[in-house]
Design a protein around this ligand. Structure first.
Ligand SMILES: [Zn+2]
Length: 299
C-alpha cells in the first residue's frame, strides 16, 4: 500500500525531526507499522510514513463509526455529557454552533435543546442520516472535515471532539476555524494526550495512539503552540474526563493483554475510575480538553 513519507514538519515546515516511537495498529491488528516523529522546532508529533488520503479509508473498519446513539433526545449520551457540561458552564448565549465530525449528533442534540442553531459535518453517511432523522438536525452534511467550506464570521462556537488528530493538515484547519468564527468566537477541542501516564507506561500499546487513524499526537505543550500560533487565546485546559479516561484505561489494558477492546462496562473500570482522577490531577490523563477564544490578530 502506498504511504507518504513526511520530510517536513506538517505544522511548521522545519526539516529536522527525530523518531521517538515505533508504532503499529494495535487496535484492529491491521498490518500496519510506522514511526512517530517529533519536530525539533515546534514539538509537533506526527506519523511518518503515513497512509495517503486515498487509502486511509482502509484503516477505518465500519464498526469504528458506531458510537451508539441514544434513543432519548432530551438527554445527551454519556460520552458527551462532560463535554456538553463544559459548554454549559461557559454560559454562552445560544447562537450558531458547528460540530466538525459530529457523529450521530449526540452532542448537538443537547445544544439544540438549549436553543442553539446546530450545524455539523460527518464523514459517515449513516451517522448523518441518523442525526437528521432522529434528532431533526437538518444542517448536518456528509463531508470530509478538511474539505468543508463555510462563510467567514458565521459561528459563535466551533467544536471538534477527537477529530483534530485524524486530519492531514491540522494547522490549516485551525486557521479556517478562526475565519469561520465570529469576533470573540469560541473553539472547543478535545484530543488524546500524548503526555499521558498511559503512553508513558504502555508506550505503543496505549489505546489513545490509535495508529494509523491518528496522524498527529498532541501534548499540552504542542497543542498550545498550535492554537496560540493560529490566533487564539487559550481560556482553559481540562484534563478530567471520567468517561473517556476510564474507557481508554479499559481498552489499553485489553490491548496490553492482547485481547479485543470492548465498549462494555467491566470490573477493570473500578481501577479506571481511580486512574481517571489521579491522572487528571497530575495533568497526565488520556484526554485534553481545550477552550480557546478567537483574537483579533492576523495570524
Ligand atoms: Zn514543527
Amino acid at each position: 500500500m502506498k504511504q507518504e513519507l513526511i520530510q517536513q514538519c506538517p505544522i511548521c515546515a522545519q526539516e529536522k525531526s527525530k523518531k521517538i516511537l515505533k508504532v503499529r495498529d494495535f487496535r484492529y491488528r491491521l498490518n500496519y507499522y510506522s514511526y512517530l516523529k517529533k519536530c525539533d522546532s515546534c514539538d509537533s508529533i506526527f506519523l511518518s510514513p503515513r497512509p495517503t488520503k486515498e487509502n486511509i479509508g482502509n484503516f477505518y473498519p465500519s464498526k469504528y463509526f458506531d458510537h451508539g446513539g441514544k434513543a432519548d433526545s432530551r438527554k445527551v449520551s454519556l460520552p458527551y455529557r462532560e463535554f456538553y457540561s463544559i459548554v454549559k458552564k461557559m454560559a454562552l448565549e445560544p447562537g450558531k454552533v458547528l460540530d466538525l465530525g459530529c457523529g450521530k449528533g449526540d452532542l448537538l442534540i443537547g445544544l439544540k435543546n438549549q436553543g442553539w442553531q446546530c450545524y455539523g459535518t460527518e464523514i459517515s453517511r449513516e451517522s448523518v442520516e441518523y442525526a437528521r432523522r432522529n434528532w431533526g438536525i437538518k444542517n448536518v452534511m456528509v463531508k470530509d472535515v478538511e474539505r468543508t467550506i463555510f462563510e467567514s464570521e458565521y459561528f459563535d462556537l466551533i467544536i471538534m471532539h477527537h477529530v483534530l488528530e485524524h486530519l492531514y493538515d491540522p494547522k490549516t484547519m485551525i486557521k479556517k476555524i478562526k475565519r469561520w468564527l465570529k469576533k470573540d468566537g469560541i473553539l472547543l477541542l478535545a484530543v488524546p494526550n500524548f503526555n499521558s501516564l498511559s503512553v508513558k507506561i504502555f508506550k505503543e500499546k496505549a489505546f489513545s495512539l490509535d495508529v494509523p487513524r491518528h496522524l498527529f499526537q498532541f501534548t499540552p505543550n504542542n497543542l498550545k503552540k498550535l492554537i496560540e500560533g493560529s490566533g487564539f487565546k487559550i481560556k482553559a485546559l481540562n484534563y478530567f474526563s471520567l468517561v473517556h479516561n476510564m474507557v481508554i484505561f479499559r481498552e489499553t489494558i485489553a490491548l496490553v493483554q492482547g485481547k479485543k477492546t470492548t465498549s462494555k462496562i467491566s470490573p477493570i473500570d473500578f481501577l479506571g475510575f481511580i486512574w481517571a482522577y489521579i491522572t487528571a490531577l497530575s495533568q497526565r490523563s488520556d484526554t485534553i480538553v481545550l477552550v480557546a477564544q478567537k483574537t483579533n490578530s492576523n495570524s
